[in-house]
Design a protein around this ligand. Structure first.
Ligand code: ASP
Ligand code: MG
Length: 427
């Protein structure tokens, strides 16, 4: 008998009816002869509502208390799912992340899982129970404090459980039928991918595709866990995330891999320009050291050629919008030391990325992408690339146009609409 790990996201457990539906689905997997372990997210927009509550009492809530508060969301859904299962005549046991043995580092709000010791889960399985685990949370080995894994972290909980339990499959149930070539909310003609490699999925997730948590894909890749992303609202086969771009490299006579896996976008970026930085050894290092010191994650960086007349240059970089104020304050503190002229902050930008393993061996992808953007009247602010990704920064108001233009230019549009968004507010 195999172990199946399933994950249900917030929109799949949004209300009592949804929870009963999920309970039936879990029981089906059990009836089919599997041992079933389930990771659940908080109901609907509970996590956002809890965050609003926190900010209503404190503009800057202590991270420890915020984690205490947010983990309550998943405790509610785990208990309700267990109750609904018991109502169907099957026995279920719910466990918090800590009880389930999800051990993390001590970083509140974005803890990393360092180990899973699933003793209690294994005993519960051995006693015949279905196991429900609160997603997105764990306990720090060092501080013994309760931690959360970052928004969307229940995906990572599920993959970590699948790895620790050596499960046969890790099914991630969500409110769309799988991983699409673009966000169906923007591109109705987006197509479902049957398979996507870990590397492509990592780039998609890192570029703003919200369907899977980035850490979850990293974890799955490291532990070689295949993920099946599918809808809890339909019985359709979803997308299998597995394999490496190197395994699927096209050989002569075999079917060629798709050139482009998809187009992702990200509305959470901001851009800072440090104007008039003296062109001397060590200035860029100083600027980015200060940013690292306040925990800012830098994405793209561009440094202009310095103007011969002044010996000064501009350095522009992108970062998460949420880190914008902290970064500006940190940079302001070193203005005299570095001797730059001024800082510019722009949070009306977005990132659009084209991702695909096939771009390694196909010339002309960049040209095609940029001319599609030009035809759509989209101006490119910054550019960055990896082996299998090309990203551009564009005006916030042009993100949707840019995504649609790229999707069409690379023949990704489906003939018939395949994408159904079953739930969720996209919040
Ligand atoms: N409930 C958390 C969130 O909304 C974790 C998750 O859904 O995976 O981010
Ligand atoms: Mg959620």
């Amino acid at each position: 008998m195999g172990i199946v790990v399933q994950k249900y996201g917030g929109s799949s457990v949004a209300d009592a009816d949804a929870i009963k539906r999920v309970a039936r689905r879990i029981v089906e997997a059990k009836k089919a002869g599997n041992d079933v372990v389930v990771a659940v997210s908080a109901m609907g927009d509970t996590t956002d509502d809890l965050l609003d509550k926190a900010h209503a009492v404190s503009p800057l809530p202590p991270a420890r208390e915020l984690d205490m508060l947010l983990t309550a969301g998943e405790r509610i859904s785990m208990a309700l799912v267990a109750m609904a299962i018991s109502d169907l005549g099957y026995s279920a046991r719910s466990f918090t992340g800590s009880q389930a043995g999800v051990i993390t580092d001590a970083v509140h709000g974005k803890a990393k899982i360092i180990d899973v010791t699933p003793g209690r889960i294994e005993s519960a399985i051995a006693e015949g129970h279905i196991v429900i685990v609160a997603g997105f949370q764990g306990v720090s080995a060092d501080t013994k404090e309760i931690t959360t894994l970052g928004r969307g972290g229940t995906d990572t909980t599920a993959v970590a459980l699948a790895a620790a339990l050596r499960a046969d499959v890790c099914e991630i149930y969500t409110d769309v039928d799988g991983v699409f070539t673009a966000d169906p909310r923007i591109v109705p003609a987006a197509r479902k991918l049957d398979r996507v490699t870990y590397e492509e999925m990592l780039e998609l997730a890192a570029s703003g595709a919200k369907v899977l948590h980035l850490r979850c894909v990293e974890y799955a890749r490291r532990n070689d866990i295949a993920i099946h992303v599918r809808s809890s609202f339909s019985q359709l086969h979803g997308t299998i995330v597995a394999g490496s771009i190197d395994d699927s490299a096209p050989e002569e006579g075999t079917m060629e891999q798709a050139i482009i896996a998809g187009v992702a976008h990200d509305r959470s970026e901001a851009k800072i320009t440090v104007v008039g930085v003296p062109d001397k050894v060590g200035e860029a290092a100083r600027i980015f050291e200060v940013l690292a010191g306040v925990g800012v994650n830098i994405d793209m960086v561009v440094q202009n050629v310095s103007a011969a007349a002044t010996g000064r240059t501009d350095i522009t970089f992108t970062l998460p919008r949420a880190d914008g104020q902290g970064a500006m304050a940190a940079l302001a503190r070193i203005q005299d030391e570095v001797g730059y002229d001024k800082l510019l902050f722009d949070d009306r930008v977005g990132k659009v990325s084209l991702i695909g393993a096939g771009m390694r061996s196909h010339p002309g992808i960049t040209a095609n992408f940029f001319s599609a953007l030009a035809s759509a009247g989209v101006n490119i602010g910054m550019i960055s690339t990896s082996e299998i990704r090309i990203s551009v920064i564009v005006d916030e108001g042009q993100i949707d146009d840019a995504v649609r233009a790229a999707h069409t230019a690379f023949d990704l549009d489906a003939d018939e609409v395949e994408a159904v968004v079953y739930g969720g507010t996209g919040r």
